[in-house]
Design a protein around this ligand. Structure first.
Ligand code: AMP
Length: 283
């Protein structure tokens, strides 16, 4: 396995791999890898010949009041995980290499980035699409793998790829969870014991909503109010949103109709930690 930090070196190697007829799969991450990331690396391995994992904590997707500085980082641990997973290249550039002091260009997907996460993190997706576009131009992949854990991000990236004609196939891997249901996240290390124990209510509330819809409950507000009660009962969470949306268009749903797949997503805060999770109820 090779560790590359130079953009030019990564581009030259990607050209070489492509010219030899091999298919490149990229897994973009911010590092501090866990089973969720590993599952995406395995999907990349199954669907390409040459796997690149990118590790870059991207400053442009954090607002000034967010956790960029204290975001967990451990490159040596990440490298050991990638080596064990037989990753071909870890691309881990410096911030200054990715964003020159004269950097002026951003990629912005409109409309679907101003709802849900975008409502609470207005500059977040502009940072995500910009860095992903850059990483695509640097790693030159045939396929790129993203996680369903960040459902809106996956939809936004797919839209960017379609609208800007990136010749890249986007694959989405399922959300990997701890045995008690909590979605794995690098940010889970911020949780204290009490918060960690109580955080299981998020998935429980999503599963409750799913079962209500499957049972035939169509009134979203009724389901939502029970979810809110379940979460607030723990007495440590504030809710940014609980939302029911069309899983493809992100249009908000008021009355459940299983002719369409429904994305149920939520974001909560406890202490300084913000957690997101979602589930898709398939038609
Ligand atoms: P991050 O390092 O948090 O920016 O995530 C990098 C990629 O891993 C994104 O595509 C995430 O959606 C994905 N990811 C994060 N957590 C999980 C998880 N628990 N299961 C599956 N994919 C995940």
């Amino acid at each position: 396995m090779q560790l590359i930090t130079s953009i030019l070196e990564m581009q030259q190697l990607a050209d070489k791999v492509r010219n030899s007829g091999n298919k490149i799969g990229v897994v973009p991450t911010m590092g501090y890898l866990h089973e969720g990331h590993i599952s995406l690396i395995r999907i990349a391995k199954q669907n390409s010949d040459f796997v690149v994992t990118t590790i870059f904590v991207n400053p442009t997707q954090f607002a000034p009041n967010e956790d960029f500085e204290k975001y967990p980082r451990d490159l040596n641990r990440d490298l050991a995980i990638c080596r064990a997973e037989d990753v071909d290249v870890v691309f881990a550039p410096d911030t200054s290499a990715m964003y020159n002091s004269d950097f002026l260009t951003f990629v912005n997907v409109e409309k679907i980035t101003s709802i849900l996460e975008g409502k609470f993190r207005p500059t977040h997706f502009r940072g995500v699409t910009t860095v992903v576009a850059k990483l695509f131009n640097i790693t030159k992949p045939h396929i790129a793998i993203f996680g369903q854990k960040d459902a809106q991000q996956a939809i936004v990236i797919k839209k960017m790829v379609k609208d800007l004609n990136f010749d890249i196939n986007i694959l989405i891997g399922p959300t990997i969870r701890e045995t008690d249901g909590l979605a794995m996240s690098s940010r889970n290390v911020y949780l204290n014991n009490d918060e960690r124990r109580k955080a299981t209510v998020l998935y429980q509330s999503l599963k409750f909503a799913e079962s209500e819809i499957i049972k035939g409950q169509t009134n979203i507000d009724t389901i939502k109010s029970v979810m809110e009660k379940m979460i607030l009962e723990k007495q440590i969470f504030t809710i940014d949103y609980i939302s029911f949306n069309d899983a493809e268009t992100l249009e908000e749903i008021k009355i459940a109709d299983l002719n369409k797949s429904i994305l149920i997503s939520l974001a909560v805060r406890t202490g300084k930690v913000r957690l997101i999770d979602n589930i898709v109820v398939k038609r």
